[in-house]
Write a protein that binds this ligand. Sequence first.
Ligand SMILES: Nc1ncnc2c1ncn2[C@@H]1O[C@H](COP(=O)(O)OP(=O)(O)O)[C@@H](O)[C@H]1O
Ligand SMILES: O=P(O)(O)O[C@H]1O[C@H](CO)[C@@H](O[C@H]2O[C@H](CO)[C@@H](O)[C@H](O)[C@H]2O)[C@H](O)[C@H]1O
Length: 442
Amino acid sequence: MPADDTAPMPLDDPAVIAAVERWMPGTRWYPLKGVEAAVSLERTWHLGDETAILLLRAGELLLQVPVAWRSEPGAAPIAELDGRWLVDGCADPAAVAALLDVAAGGRTVPGLTGQASRRPADGAVRVVSGEQSNTSIIGGDGTWIAKVFRVVAPGDNPDVVVTGALTRQGTASVPHLLASLSGSWPAGAAEVTGHLVAVSAFVQGGEDAWALFRAHALATVRHEAQRGDAPDARALGTAVATVHRELASALGTAEAGTDDTARFVAGLEQRLAWARDEAAEVLQPLDVGLSRAAEALRALDGLGALQQIHGDLHLGQVLRDRDGRWILLDFEGEPLRPLHERMVREPRLRDVVGMLRSFDYAAGSALQESPEGEPSAAGDWVVARQAEFLEGYGIELGAVDPHDPVLRALLLDKALYEVVYELRNRPDWLPVPLAAVRALVG
Ligand SMILES: Nc1ncnc2c1ncn2[C@@H]1O[C@H](COP(=O)(O)OP(=O)(O)O)[C@@H](O)[C@H]1O
Ligand SMILES: O=P(O)(O)O[C@H]1O[C@H](CO)[C@@H](O[C@H]2O[C@H](CO)[C@@H](O)[C@H](O)[C@H]2O)[C@H](O)[C@H]1O
């Protein structure tokens, strides 16, 4: 029988996959920039309305790409094929509505499962533009935000499970989870399941803590007289401690035993080795100091209580709401860490360190923008914000010793992670974490 010329090309046609493969490296979220990775189709979920979610294997990663056929290029075209537009489903209102229908149980798609307290409202959609490893879509006239996880893995995504637990607990400083979507795909002879999308309440009028603190750091290094008081790092410390308390009560705690300490130290050693390997070209000059740091890890002890933490806490994960309260976002953990490692109980200090590093980043990035600025003013600014943060944290959960060896080891661990993250994603930012590594091992 002759082929039907008028039938639209299926969304899992090799020409579609090839177009997506060409488009992905130019997106902010693509995690394999600069790496040669073969791309192949693992599974397609057809949602109807000429919309599908493609699950692509790229190197060792599984990537989620919602796509749709449209007659117009729309806000985010991928390619024009056979006179029609292949578009990024995240920026297409009908494709987003289809995703929400499935999440809320209003549309059944084999291999997809939704969970929702109610169907998030329809309306205009807007993709968040920013420094993101995933893609977030604001919709329902600014009432919800849907996060499409770009790197997908079998198992629970903490952004769904941890945010879900805090939502059930009624935690005030976290946006509540409204819905989620998970998918199943074949893995050898078995089927595995992983989360694809999380929909949360949108914090309207929220101000980004990164922007607030960085603006103040910039004004400080430039000695601007009108800079006013710094944002309230003390209250931020208290908010983080409160969320830690809520996480402990929702998901439990355990006193670290010798096995936990051994696992923790092994994790730090592995990460140190991983970073030295991944960022050899920039870390080699620090070989002696890094080897000394690796030795010192073996003496670590006294982890204290372990619990579920945020896992990737930094200023970009915090908003100040209209009432001036600090709200913590994104409990997904570090995007470069395997998913199964992200729901392991950890010392709370890991999150504390995330924030301490972030104040350093704010000042470092201010100096990058304003190289004529004064480095000592930047240094003083960081010390002051870190001290305020620790003080606020201590009010709620007890004093933190800035010289605690566990804290120092975690600071190095985070800075090394950042070196790899920046090399892969934003090489211009590399000097910021590299200076921290140098200071910590020097
Ligand atoms: N519930 C929310 N309310 C308001 N803005 C949000 C909310 N969740 C995320 N955002 C905005 O979207 C950005 C990215 O979200 P995030 O969950 O951190 O994604 P990623 O893991 O990809 O970095 C945040 O920095 C924030 O500006
Ligand atoms: O927000 P994500 O979960 O995607 O986290 C990743 O990207 C962050 C950058 O957007 C990165 O954070 C690093 O840069 C921040 C400034 O942009 C800085 O405040 C953080 O302290 C620094 O770690 C994060 O490490 C990465 O996992």
